[in-house]
Design a binder for this molecule. Structure first.
Ligand code: SF4
Length: 250
């Protein structure tokens, strides 16, 4: 009989030991400083530019976003420029990137901030979430990357890293499972907002470059020691029989 996957509701609330959290952070941050990609949205703290990058990166790979990001900002260098543009021009600038609801939301957000918030994008996650198209992840990203707030974030990459390291078996696609991952992310946050910038970037980078969905590189992973999934993932990768793999008939 097939074993049933544990339900997130039956799992205990996660508690991250503070010594384990600090060791995890130390190794992760050191790795990030040596291995991070140089990406344009990491060179700025401008909330508008960070917001544009975050919306573009939803469902889209970094390599694809790079060109669009530069061209979009050439056309609309500021939130005010975007707010006063006609909708058609915004969609033209987004053309080819797909998921056009993101462009409409970004435009609506620019108009809302321009008209009702003196052109200032809010810094707190709760206020950010009240804006069009901003969910929990994007609110945490803008708060921590633009304003260096001590705000957690969980996107697909971060969810995978945290689940594999701290809570293997936790169902990722359930509300209760995600809530537990957010709780882990919150408990892992460093003390200061400036460290949180590095921490959130590093978690995302580890999920993108090392702890990938299909081919996690556990032997190269800076947080391998202590990871609850490393051994099982490496065992699953090893061939079960020694010997030559039979060739496929031509
Ligand atoms: S050791 Fe492997 S499974 Fe664990 S976080 Fe690193 S890459 Fe992911």
């Amino acid at each position: 009989m097939a074993r049933r996957r544990p339900s997130a509701k039956t799992l205990p609330e996660p508690v991250v030991d503070s010594a384990a959290a600090s060791s995890f952070r130390r190794r992760l941050h050191r790795w990030y400083r040596a291995n991070a990609r140089d990406l344009p949205w990491r060179r700025t703290r401008d909330p508008y530019r960070i917001l544009v990058s975050e919306l573009m990166l939803q469902q889209t790979q970094v390599s694809r976003v790079l060109d669009f990001y530069a061209r979009f900002l050439e056309r609309f260098p500021t939130l005010d420029a975007l707010a006063s543009a006609r909708p058609q021009r915004v969609l033209e600038a987004w053309s080819g990137l797909g998921y056009y609801a993101r462009a409409r939301n970004l435009h609506a957000l620019a108009r809302e901030v321009h008209g009702n918030k003196n052109g200032v994008i809010p810094a707190e996650p709760d206020a950010l979430r009240a804006l069009p198209g901003i969910g929990a992840y994007t609110a945490g990203a803008v708060a921590s990357f633009a304003y260096e707030k001590r705000a957690a974030l969980v996107d697909t990459n971060v969810a995978r890293v945290l689940q594999r390291y701290f809570a293997p078996g936790l169902p990722l696609k359930t509300g209760a499972g995600l809530r537990r991952l957010w709780s882990i992310a919150q408990q892992l946050l460093p003390r200061t907002g400036a460290q949180t910038w590095t921490h959130n970037q590093a978690l995302m980078e580890l999920g993108a470059l090392v702890c990938s969905a299909r081919a996690p590189q556990c032997p190269l992973c800076p947080v391998r020691r202590g990871c609850a999934s490393s051994d099982s993932l490496q065992k699953a990768k090893r061939p079960t029989k020694v010997g030559r793999v039979p060739r496929k008939p031509k």
